[in-house]
Write a protein that binds this ligand. Sequence first.
Ligand code: SF4
Length: 477
Amino acid sequence: MTEPAAAEDTATERGPYSEPSPSAIELVSLCDARFGAKYIARLTDPQGAKAALGTRCHSIAEAYQRDGTAPNRAETFEIIKYGTPKTYYPGRIVSNILHHLPPAGTTPNVEGRMSFVHRGITFNGRIDWQNETTIGDHKFTSNPYGSWVKTPDKLTRDPQRIMYSHDWFARHDADTVTAQWTYGDFNAKSSRVIKVEGSRVEIRNLLDEVVMPAAEKLLRYVSDQRDWNSLPKNTTACGTFPPNGCPYAAQCTRTKQQRIEGLMTSPYLLKIRAQKAAADAKAAAAVAPTPAQAPANDVPSADVETDEADAKVAIVGAINPPGEAADAPLDAPESKPSAPSEAPKRGRGRPPKAKVEAPGAAETQPAAAQSADTKKSLVLLINTIAMRGMPDVIFASDLIAQANNHIKSSYDVLDYRAGGNDAVDYGKGAGLLAACIVGLIEDLPADSVVYLDTTSPEGSLALQPLMAAATTVLRGN
Ligand code: SF4
């Protein structure tokens, strides 16, 4: 099984979904609407590149366990991420977990069918491997120590483990079974095993307690032919699983508030938040007075570790007050007397008249234009990580391009920097661009989330107006 708990069983199925698999149980437990999108509406769930790599690793592990076929360590698997190719070695990834598995070719049941009936419901699935003592599952991931890895506590109540164990007990006269989840690192540098033991009675109880309510619920959804978008939505699941979160996000009719919640609880942003908090804690520790100098009521420096741990579970909320920013000043030349008194219309909205007449005023206008009470919610992500592929994010680069297009068409110049005619003098295009961006920001709907990369000259120009408009700011490194 790969990270996204498997896309194993629906793409080719016909007719109403009727025999819950571990994947379906996990999905409905994650988000009812997401289950409905996949299993009722049958929306496509495209397999990501990492999932395809995981599938290849599974095949190699299967061949090793079933036939003793040694992994080919020279085999390559290329993934292009943000335009940059990266080569992975599935044979090496699998080689890295082999010491956790039974010897080559000795596993009697590899990729065997799981099938049992409990309280009138038929359950189906596949088990990576099993023998006389153990049921096993492979997971391939970028980080075997990441937060999604199932710790023993999580694995104990994991529907997949419960269902596999129940199926195993039906065919073995034994009191206990061990569940072994083996995690392999996509970079072939580490591996990890999580094991828990379960008794027959315990598994039976967990089946009734954990699996059956979810199974009955999902079958009710299917028999009622519920519109998936009407099912309960769990916005904390929108960013799960990596790399791009829920594949149905674009079609999911979430409110703006729900979309913001979904974005803010994405693993990406939580990770960035944790990293920033850890960096801040370290910086604070570095400048903290020595124990001899510290006042008696100061927090001991040993608390830094606790702060870091706390930060890792902190919810992203009001991250950095916008006022904290200390960024490159706007290039704000004086206005040109011959500048037009009103900018021609753009695609969406128009720049405020005064700002176009005096582009330099854009440096201070936005903050003054909106009081704290009337400011609409705008979340600004600055240099966090590449956000392409994440739903619901507006890219400042698109706003910049829109503003530049407006200047090009309105002032008959090749580029906002070109100038040279009566409308835009040399050196003053930057201020005009910033003024246009202000107008575009004002046109954004409330609760917008904007991603800004400040490494380009235009990005730094957009920074100030966006900072002035933002109610929540999250900075990357
Ligand atoms: S986008 Fe979020 S709320 Fe909507 S189906 Fe996906 S996980 Fe559920």
